[in-house]
Design a protein around this ligand. Structure first.
Ligand code: NZQ
Ligand code: ZN
Length: 383
């Protein structure tokens, strides 16, 4: 196992009715901004639960955070923070709202051009405190220090990480996910599964605790994911998926192990250029990455196949290939497409997709082998 430092200070408040415990998490006299998305929280009762819990506080609202949150929208919220003297942010939503809130929290106290936090990795010295009410389990953003922000004018989607934006607390009530559209349920299952894969399916370094934990998460997601589609109001299923998604990207399973975030990094380009949902990009690209690096990832592929899909027959190569096929089948079972052509994306589109990767000064994958040319080959293999 490699050396590591690990911190995760997020307090999790989990279970039915847990939004009512929001009030007790906030400092007295907090001047709160409630940040939310396109309005789903007003239809499913979450907004009412949140405002009821805030009845003793002074609060303002900022709605309209879009999926794949935009820099310009976040900066409008920063203006409101300054105008109203806000000192506490509450994100009510999925990954997009939480990520936007993290950026708003950092940008509000940033000295200089806030885009530099993303584009130049400028140091975030402080940020406003954040609380989260999660409505979509997928990204793990509720328990981590990452955020991904897009900028339409420059066709960019960039990530930043800083401990300053760890939420102080995250309220996870699985019941609020019942109102999710099927597409978002499926996206959440696939995204969280791939978060585990990208921290596990590299090469073994004898990190037993992380490995067994990662395997348990993958098994949970593969078992429960399809049930969330066939039986959407099953509390136990939603609860298991919600907790799995948080643990998939709260830093725990990634401690001291090699990681391969190439599907994520390449996927951002697909979202920016063609508007695919985050998980849709991953379902297409991951099988390509696994196939391209089948030999390098062979030991892990064989073990994954055995644990998740009971694959025990055949040569090592056959078992590894079968595992990749089964993973792709799982995505399809969840209703996601796994080929670019299914989204109308053609060979002629690929050059433009790899363009942003040419500007990167580092290479992707656990061996750092994926430059823009390899990315192009992988994308072409997914047409
Ligand atoms: O905007 P509203 O009206 O709330 O509707 C949202 C949105 O349309 C809807 N929704 C959310 N909760 C709902 C609901 N609809 C009905 N009932 C509910 N309970 O779902 C739609 C999608 O929401 P969004 O937040 O965009 O989805 P997700 O959680 O998948 O977040 C995706 C974003 O997170 C980033 C992605 O790149 C993307 O920008 N990621 C963030 C990560 C992180 N911070 O750690 C890691 C991830 O890998 C990912 O990159
Ligand atoms: Zn993701």
């Amino acid at each position: 196992m490699n050396n590591f430092e690990f911190v995760n200070p997020v307090k999790v408040i989990f279970g039915k009715g847990s939004i009512s415990r929001l009030e007790a998490q906030l400092p007295e006299q907090a001047r709160v901004l409630v940040v939310y998305g396109g309005g789903s929280i007003k239809k499913n009762g979450v907004y009412n639960q949140v405002t009821a819990a805030l009845k003793n506080f002074e609060y303002a609202e900022f709605g309209g955070i879009e999926a794949n949150p935009q820099y310009a929208t976040c900066m409008r919220a920063v203006e409101l923070v300054k105008e109203k003297n806000i000192d506490y942010l509450i994100a009510v939503g999925g990954g997009s709202v939480i990520d936007a809130t993290k950026f708003i929290a950092a940008a509000s106290l940033f000295d200089g051009e806030p885009w530099d936090i993303l584009a130049k990795k400028a140091t975030v010295k402080k940020a406003l405190p954040i609380g989260v009410v999660l409505t979509l389990s997928a990204t793990g953003s509720e328990t981590n220090e990452r955020a991904v922000i897009s900028r339409a004018e420059t066709a960019e989607k960039l990530m930043f990480m800083t401990p300053e934006v760890f939420p102080r607390f995250a309220v996870l009530d699985p019941e609020v996910t019942y109102s999710l559209p099927v597409r978002q349920v499926a996206n959440g299952v696939v995204d969280s599964f791939i978060h585990v894969v990208e921290q596990y399916l590299t090469y073994p370094v004898n990190a037993k605790v992380q490995d067994y934990f990662a395997e348990g998460l993958m098994k949970t997601i593969v078992e429960e994911g399809p049930k969330a589609l066939s039986n959407p109001a099953d509390y136990a299923v939603r609860a298991n998926l919600m907790w799995a998604a948080s643990n998939a990207l709260n830093g725990w399973i990634g401690c001291g192990v090699p990681q391969d975030w190439s599907s994520h990094r390449m996927g951002y380009a697909l979202t920016v250029r063609f508007g695919l949902d985050h998980a849709q990009t991953l379902a297409v690209l991951l099988p390509g990455v696994l196939t391209y690096f089948r030999k390098e990832k062979e030991a892990r592929l064989v073990r994954t196949g055995e644990i998740l899909f009971g694959i025990s027959e055949g040569t090592v190569e056959e078992k590894a290939r079968k595992t990749i096929d089964e993973i792709e089948l799982f995505f399809r079972e969840m209703g996601l497409k796994t080929r670019l052509s299914e989204y109308g994306i053609k060979e002629a589109d690929i050059d433009a997709l790899v363009e942003p990767l040419k500007r990167m000064d580092w290479k992707l994958g656990e061996y750092g082998k994926i430059d823009w040319q390899v990315a192009k080959e992988i994308m072409l293999s997914r047409i």
